[in-house]
Design a protein around this ligand. Sequence first.
Ligand SMILES: Nc1ncnc2c1ncn2[C@@H]1O[C@H](COP(=O)(O)OP(=O)(O)O)[C@@H](O)[C@H]1O
Ligand SMILES: [Mg+2]
Length: 364
Amino acid sequence: MAAVKLLNVRKTYDGKEFAVKDISLEIKDKEFVVLVGPSGCGKTTLLRMVAGLEEITEGEIIIGDRVINDVPPKSRNIAMVFQNYALYPHMTIYNNMAFGLKLRKLSRKEIENRVNEAADILGLKDLLNRKPKALSGGQKQRVAVGRAIVRNPEVFLFDEPLSNLDAKLRMQMRAEILKLHQKLKITTIYVTHDQTEAMTMGDMIVVINNGKINQYDTPMEIYKNPVNKFVAGFIGSPPMSFILGKLDLSNGNIFISLDKAVKLSISHLHLTDDFDGKQVWLGVRPEDFRLKQPSEKTLNEEIEVTLDLVEPMGNESFFHFQLAQSNCIARVQTSDRLKTGDKIKMYLMKDHLHLFDYTSERKL
Ligand SMILES: Nc1ncnc2c1ncn2[C@@H]1O[C@H](COP(=O)(O)OP(=O)(O)O)[C@@H](O)[C@H]1O
Ligand SMILES: [Mg+2]
């Protein structure tokens, strides 16, 4: 087991554009860290550099106390699980898992022990004599994980391992991978574009955009205190709503005017007077739009909105509506049968609102 350190890592494929711009990151021993970001942001490139499948243009990657830039992949003591499983179609499941160990010239007995143990952990015992084509997607992915486990790696690398599975199986495999991590406690770097996987799986989350780390923190901290508009909009489902507004500061009070009709009070921020009159983005999480609860002093004045769409989820509903020409989504619990076209009153919490600078999009 080992910690992984990246120091000012950069990667260019063509000598012009950098796919990974300047990434420094410390992953503690035994930690489960999720790299999350939109497609093309450099996640796979980063993981492949750790694995040794891609050359590092600049910077250093350290596993344990060894700089591994020039160490060949097979000597790095890592195991990688890919999105497309990459199983050998002509081999049995047993041989798929045993293959890498045979190459490393382990004894027959040792190979048998390791494959059986992994098969046990992953519930693959009855499938060992089958070929991959006789397996479901979830089972194939489990074999791919098994093949990684038998290597006893110091570090696990996962590149979008659940993307080819249906929603239900994805949820199940998510739990299985986490349980596996609790059991084996192997340092893991897990890449995904799916914010739900990031939130539910990571001890820590690294949000990457355009080859750069935007935020590296615990899931809760990233959810509660996103550093910029990109992170705020990327993490959370349904996403945060953004509404353009203008700050109005007087006597230490902060107000934001959304349009002629709506002026909200913000209670938890401290801004200097030079912010007066500035344009900002107001960010509102879906759960921070409330239906009337008269006892709460922390709510703003009511806002009337017209429902564009109601999505009932059973225990709650998602309300879509426009506020100051912006699309907004609220997550509410109500037994009222509200429907598209209904006019309702909503309230915003005074102390849960996020503000982002209009130009830099950084959090205020
Ligand atoms: N082998 C390659 N040759 C040239 N460009 C590449 C190669 N692999 C990835 N890229 C480019 O690098 C950027 C990051 O890609 P990638 O790491 O695959 O992103 P992600 O995994 O986050 O979707 C993209 O712009 C992609 O087009
Ligand atoms: Mg990728």
